[in-house]
Ligand binder design. Structure first.
Ligand SMILES: Nc1nc2c(ncn2[C@@H]2O[C@H](COP(=O)(O)OP(=O)(O)OP(=O)(O)O)[C@@H](O)[C@H]2O)c(=O)[nH]1
Ligand SMILES: [Mg+2]
Length: 270
């Protein structure tokens, strides 16, 4: 069986990482190496990771960490997960089977995690993105040879780097498959946590627009085609749909504020 290398960038996410590593240890596919690249965590994430995986420290952000992890990887296939993810037990096995059928990269669909009203809204949002041509990306399972041939993750993008890599894989003629097994993505729903994260991505969006102008409009647009395609699903859950619109409005405004700040800084030379 081919070796699969799993690369995980981390920063102050000890509990989440432990949940992810548990789900990796439950995989039906066993020929794995796990590489954790830690961004100088202060909560013991690195020490915990070093007990269960190959682990080293490097900053300043996830793009550098993923690149360094991929460079260290010996696997025929590379997988990239964030600490707030949890894998279905047959996910890796299914991806390797698709790889052996000739697919160079595989889309791993996501479901939302957690409980509570906002978590349920996020779950509804993710269901709308299933099989959507704009909102899914094949950036988490890639043949190592293909990953290196297209140059891997963009060396500077934070936020949307997944879509940018997906577009480059497709443009390079990579055969893209899709798994049935899924990732549970436990995205935070804490209001200020979400605002801070989207504001941060907003401050880095100029680079995204400059480096990857192509398909971004359909991904950034507020009223996404995915919502119209799923109007029945939204109509079945009107209260959650209302929450989804509220959540996206807050995220959009936070991202917009970050973007505006980056423009202001540019004009004042900041
Ligand atoms: N936010 C952040 N994450 C980092 C940093 N360095 C490494 N990471 C790791 O990079 C991954 C980023 O994942 P998330 O913060 O979930 O990013 P995201 O998926 O775009 O955001 P959500 O959609 O809200 O989950 C996590 O595994 C982090 O631990 C950093 O400087 N900031
Ligand atoms: Mg996340």
């Amino acid at each position: 069986m081919p070796l699969v290398s799993i690369v995980i960038p981390t920063r102050n996410c000890r509990a989440e990482l432990s949940r992810l590593l548990d789900s990796i240890e439950r995989q039906t596919f066993r020929d794995l190496e796990v590489i954790v690249v830690d961004n100088f965590s202060a909560d013991g994430t690195f020490e915990a990771a070093a007990k269960r995986a190959i682990a080293f420290q490097l900053g300043p952000e996830r793009h550098t960490q993923r690149a360094a992890g991929a460079a260290r990887a010996r696997g025929e296939y590379l997988m990239f997960f964030d600490a707030d993810m949890e894998l279905d037990p047959t996910l890796v096995e299914e991806c390797v089977a698709l790889g052996r059928q000739g697919f160079d990269a595989v889309i791993l669909p996501e479901r939302g995690g957690g409980c509570g009203y906002w978590a349920e809204c996020q779950k509804l949002e993710k269901e709308c993105y299933w099989e959507d041509p704009w909102m899914e990306a094949a950036n988490r399972f890639i043949r190592a040879e293909t990953y290196r041939r297209v140059g891997g993750y963009h060396p500077e993008l934070v936020g949307e780097e997944d879509f940018e890599l997906h577009d480059r894989l497709v443009a390079a003629g990579a055969r893209v498959g899709r798994s049935r097994a899924m990732i549970t993505h436990h995205e935070g729903t804490a209001f200020w946590g979400v605002v801070r994260k989207k504001f941060y991505y907003g401050t880095r969006a100029r680079r995204v627009f400059r480096e990857a102008p192509g398909n971004n409009f359909m991904r950034f647009v507020f009223l996404k085609p995915a919502y119209f395609r799923n109007w029945r699903r939204l109509a079945r859950h009107p209260l959650l749909a209302l929450g989804l619109v509220t959540m996206k409005t807050v995220q959009f405004l936070a991202g917009g504020a970050g973007f505006a700040l980056s423009l202001a800084r540019r004009t004042t030379g900041g």
